[in-house]
Design a binder for this molecule. Structure first.
Ligand code: DQA
Length: 148
């Protein structure tokens, strides 16, 4: 069965109570359920992992090779700092969509730069929780076009 990995970085375990005016009211569980239900309708499965530790996120990416059709990844603050996560994404043969709940382009200047976006398939920013579902749709569509 086709599988996607939903990967979330630091502080995203606090979604729902963390600065809701910026990140919305949905908890990570709700977002995960929404994406899982969407994928189930198409016969796909979702695995989900959140970590506040860079090394754990790197290991999840390393282990994804050959297992997942794609990774929906909100790297949170590591977006702007992590050469190691960028190298991990480059090292595997799994397409990654970088997702941000907030619009990183209309916030502090340091959030505008992503070290990861250049090695990702695409980036979605500013759509709130909807962004994760949009990413899932993109992977479904990509495979439909590949197989069809
Ligand atoms: C974020 C944006 C990042 O700049 C920030 O550090 C986060 C969340 C977002 O989803 O909007 O933790 O990735």
């Amino acid at each position: 069965m086709n599988q996607l990995l939903l990967l979330n970085g630091p502080n995203l375990n606090l979604l729902g109570k963390r600065e809701p005016h910026i990140y919305g009211n949905s908890g990570l569980d709700e977002i995960e359920n929404e994406v899982r239900m969407l994928l189930q309708k198409h016969g796909w499965e979702l695995s989900s992992f959140q970590s506040n530790h860079e090394g754990e996120l790197i290991e999840a990416i390393q282990k994804s090779d050959g297992k997942y059709k794609g990774i929906i990844f909100n790297p949170a603050a590591y977006t702007h700092t992590s050469v190691a996560l960028r190298d991990a994404i480059s090292a595997v043969d799994v397409p990654v969509i970088e997702v941000h709940l907030s619009n990183v382009h209309n916030r502090e200047p340091f959030r505008r730069e992503s070290l990861l976006a250049p090695v990702c398939w695409g980036q979605i920013s500013g759509l709130g929780a909807i962004g994760y579902s949009v990413a899932a749709h993109a992977f479904l569509e990509m495979h439909k076009r590949k197989d069809g």
